[in-house]
Write a protein that binds this ligand. Sequence first.
Ligand code: SME
Length: 144
Amino acid sequence: MEEKYKLVYRQLEAMVSMEQDPIANMANVAALLHETFGWWWTGFYRVDGESLVLGPFQGPVACTRLPYGRGVCGTAWERRETIVVPDVEQFPGHIACSSLSRSEIVVPIFKDDDVVGVLDIDSKDLSAFDQTDAFWLEKIVSLL
Ligand code: SME
């Protein structure tokens, strides 16, 4: 796991240093993470006023807008911190874009001191994410 993350981080660092456009970079981050780890859904939501709007992603069709302070994404935005959900059914207000998602991690993206979006990853397995994922994914989104 650590080794895979180290390799992915190095690749993304090189990619992001060559391109300024955040959407292009988000697209490649989603693609590389999704392909490397084989998750169910890997993608971004960007802050747009009072909601999050769907950004670049890999996986099945997803909800296009998520409200502030609700669901895992909206809560990570409100709390300004990474949220690891071992079992989505136990998370009050979880928004199910896909009934096959069982666990989830959401990592806020900061620009200066503001949350500008989140990285959201879903797995079909329970308890797929832990503090190692949180550590590396926070490092990865800080490249954006
Ligand atoms: N489950 C998320 C919604 C986004 S989808 O998982 C892609 C949430 O509760 O915010």
